[in-house]
Design a binder for this molecule. Structure first.
Ligand code: CA
Ligand code: CA
Ligand code: CA
Ligand code: CA
Length: 436
């Protein structure tokens, strides 16, 4: 989907104003949903390919202050906060070999801590901050290794077909993924590699385990609900009480607990491309945190890392972690649509906004597939901007036929606003309007 011309000349602005007068404002948001959202404090690291290769980024838990921490042309993946929040371990393919690296939380001091043959990924810190467990895949074997402060790495499993280790915050156990039983299962073992046992025990794929801060719960993603795709589950560390806490038609993956246990941050396809979102541990309070059209993945949340800082436009101090009151965003769908190529909207924001728009058009009660590509538009405070949501030729033909037959045609538009620091409004604005 593409947003067409936005340079509204004076005439178009007048036309927009006229359209605005004709069109009724879209439905206002309902008040905050019941239930507990995840905290908005702390700092989140994640990977994104928005600058070409994958890099590690950090941001406030409101989405504000997004900072790029690595800039190597090789892929940088799998960030993991040290327990004190001062360093980030990650995997990097520099030199065409995957190894574990460590850097300071601001991206300085990047140094490899493993080397040599084998693809090393998924670092996870021991709670004392001196050792890092990771997966080493040599092609013949895939096991969990631990590298200590002296730089010496040693395996703690043998022939385990193991992947994605996660060290419990109390230090006693490491959860991991293995295919030894014919499908992906979440296992747990003692931190020395003994006592391995299957926790998930389900024929569907179960991956990406991560511990709650009190080591009393493990979240993971499972494909066991085939109609839903990848969904987030929680269970006790003995495998009991497995239940889904986040599910939607869009795939949810790579969950990580909030530092206070109030919820989780995860990667999701719910918003048209892969983005980072947070959600309360009871499944309420979904909040989108990234709006970039690139792939954003593998988020991890620290309660002790220093919050990100960015300079405000103009040089003043930026309010980076703002629990944003949604800017007053008005969306109108023009009543008289010519429907040559697009549904025409008029958007006005009370402050500088980054706007993501998606739309679906329903004919005779049949909903068209919501547009999955993302429009990113920057709106200037208070200025009405015409936005055209382009539709496919086939979709337009169907809509025109419906209109000729006198059928009802309605458009639903969803928009999310962000402030200048990148904090995203906690909820979207959505409205539906009859085109005829
Ligand atoms: Ca990179
Ligand atoms: Ca290597
Ligand atoms: Ca399984
Ligand atoms: Ca994205």
């Amino acid at each position: 989907m593409t947003i067409l011309g936005t340079r509204p000349g004076v005439r178009r602005l007048r036309a927009a104003a006229a359209l605005g007068a004709l069109a009724c404002a879209l439905a206002a948001l309902s008040p905050a949903a019941a239930g507990a959202a995840a905290t908005t404090s702390g700092t989140i690291a994640f990977e994104s390919n928005r600058a070409g290769s994958f890099d590690i980024f950090s941001m406030a838990a409101t989405g504000g202050g997004q900072a790029r921490l690595t800039s190597d042309p090789a892929d940088d993946l799998d960030p993991a906060w040290s327990p004190d929040g001062r360093r980030i371990a990650f995997a990097s393919r520099r030199g065409n070999d995957l190894n574990i690296w460590v850097m300071n939380a601001d991206g300085s001091g990047q140094v490899a801590v493993t080397s040599g043959p084998g693809s090393d990924r998924y670092p996870t810190w021991a709670p004392d901050g001196t050792r890092i467990a990771f997966r080493r895949d040599t092609g013949a074997q895939s096991d969990i290794w631990v590298v200590g402060p002296n730089g010496v790495a040693a395996p703690i499993t043998s022939g385990a077909l193991a992947d994605q280790p996660a060290w419990s915050p109390n230090g006693s156990q490491i959860a991991f993924v293995t295919t030894r039983d014919g499908n992906d299962e979440v296992y747990v073992m003692n931190a020395d590699g003994t006592g391995q046992r299957n926790l998930s025990a389900n024929p569907a794929s179960d991956r990406s385990p991560h511990w709650s801060p009190d080591s009393a719960r493990i979240i993971f993603r499972s494909l066991r609900l085939p109609a839903e795709g990848r969904e987030l589950f929680v269970m006790a560390p003995d495998g009991s009480g497995q239940s889904a806490f986040a599910s939607s038609p869009g795939a949810d993956r790579t969950p990580s607990f909030a530092p206070d246990g109030s919820g989780a941050v995860f990667a999701t396809g719910r918003f048209g491309n892969q983005d980072i979102a947070s959600i309360g541990i009871d499944g309420s309070g979904l909040r989108q945190l990234t709006i970039d059209p690139a792939t954003d993945d593998e988020p991890t949340w620290s309660g002790t890392a220093a919050p990100p800082t960015v300079a405000a436009p103009g040089g003043g101090p930026a309010t980076v972690a703002r629990d944003l009151t949604p800017p007053k965003l008005t969306l109108r769908i023009a009543r008289r649509q010519h429907l040559r190529r697009a549904v025409r909207l008029v958007a006005t924001c009370s402050e500088r906004c980054t706007l993501r728009v998606s739309a679906s058009v329903r004919t005779r009660g049949r909903r068209g597939a919501p547009r999955s590509r993302v429009y990113i538009r920057k709106l200037i405070a208070g200025r009405a901007t015409v936005v055209r949501v382009k539709l496919s030729r086939g979709r337009l033909a169907v809509i025109r036929r419906s209109l000729r037959r006198g059928s009802r045609v309605s458009a639903t538009v969803t928009a999310l606003a962000a402030d200048a620091a990148g904090n995203l409004a906690p909820r979207v604005r959505q409205g539906t309007r009859l085109l005829r």
